[in-house]
Design a protein around this ligand. Sequence first.
Ligand code: HEM
Ligand SMILES: [Cu+2]
Length: 500
Amino acid sequence: MVIRGELLTPDSDLIDRTVYNGMFTMHGTVMLFLWTFPSLVGLANYLVPLMIGARDMAFPRLNAAAFWMVPVVGILLISSFFIPGGPAQAGWWAYPPVSIQNPTGNLINGQVLWLLAVAISGVSSIMGAVNFVTTIVKMRAPGMGFFRMPIFVWAVFSAQIIQLFGLPALTAGAVMLLMDLTVGTSFFNPAQGGNPVLFQHYFWFYSHPAVYVIILPIFGIFSEIFPVYSRKPLFGYKVVALSSMAIALVSGIVWVHHMYVSGTPGWMRILFMLTTMFVSVPTGIKVFAWVATIWGGKIRLNTAMTFALGGLVMFVFAGITGIMLSSVPVDVHVNNTYFVVGHFHYVLYGTVTMGMYAAIYHWFPKMTGRMYMESWGKLHFWLAFIGTNLNFLPMHPLGLQGMLRRVSSYPPFPEYIFWNTIASLGAFLLGVSTLPFIVNMVASWMHGEKAPDNPWRAIGLEWLVSSPPDVENFEEIPTIISEPYGYGKSEPLIAPTNPQ
Ligand code: HEM
Ligand SMILES: [Cu+2]
């Protein structure tokens, strides 16, 4: 909101330019590394063992170690606000040579703390990925073949495989940059023969796939929620499951679409344009599968379903702007403008955050043993939906009109002022929208109506255990005897346990 407050007027008048740089760098970093990743990993940590019929993750101690690294990352990032020179200012990309300038000359500076935080976060996530992949491969209950796993589990599986292969690149790049900054190596320092573009490769080789690490579990959440509230099986289950894996594979060969204007040769731009456009095939398959699932169903529009539908609509929009950006002739014009910022906020707020809210509402009764209040949930949805569109839609015309990203001031053209004012109002509305959410969560958790084991009449192992589940999840490990999403059929999901 401070960033949008600054952009309310053309002049740089609310905060200092260097403070502004620190703010957007921290905003991007904290939102990715301390909001989307930890919250999704937390949800997956809770749901995956329940959904596959396991008592816990494969390596609980590794899990705890990875978890406790997250607050360390947070403390490092926050403490950088209190040291001379303030936090890192090079944006969440940390491209050299900007990131290796060190204007204060101190050994401990914002950029060093930032790089340490990113490296620790990388190690923590690699540990988490080992744990998830092992758990899903090794700890499924009897009868839970790969093609009986809920799509959320497939999504986490493919996302964590990306983590395993991609994260070492970013972590290594961060450590190399840290060495350039502290002990005088010159991997990326052009003044001493280093290659700054090499860092861009390290960065995007991971950070493009990273967007799929974030979005795949959200696709998983959509795939869980739409069948429940439409009372229909998920359309094309196997294809949806495999398209998660396809997205994970293809996402590894598209990273140069972030570097079209980094001196990349023409043939390479065309190659990466084609691979990028190809990602939309498995993604489009999923969108069609969800629409076909909802189509003709008995739809129940509670808060969770409303958030999922809102998220789906905004994802379609973001996907379209993504395809536009993947086209080299378009991107050379709008690269580094607000068009890009608009694109990724539709994904990261419009889809990821809305999907996360859908998940929180959907599994709230399971996690807390209490029901949430529908009316407050609906209020939250409408404020968030309107706020998101007011905040991020204007960024598209702004970008097309040439407004650059990462600036604290802009020329006082009437069209710039008009769209920026709307965007800032949207941001304040989004801020307000979180209030009914917080009220609802706190009040419902403390005083909400008691939740039954399966309030939504959903099919899935997590709905067969008590709300909240026991520490060990299952008293007896269930045996799975039918396909997931058997809505409208009356097959039992698990074999009857023999009472002894
Ligand atoms: C249909 C799928 C998608 C396509 C084709 C696509 C394409 C692109 C392209 C070509 C860019 C580079 C624009 C530029 O810098 O000039 C971009 C930027 C970006 N996209 Fe996407 N995208 C897609 C989905 C997503 C998803 C699902 C997410 C996040 C969950 C995402 C997050 C981002 C982010 C964060 C950036 C900006 C990075 C930065 O410059 O700071 N995109 N996208
Ligand atoms: Cu990308």
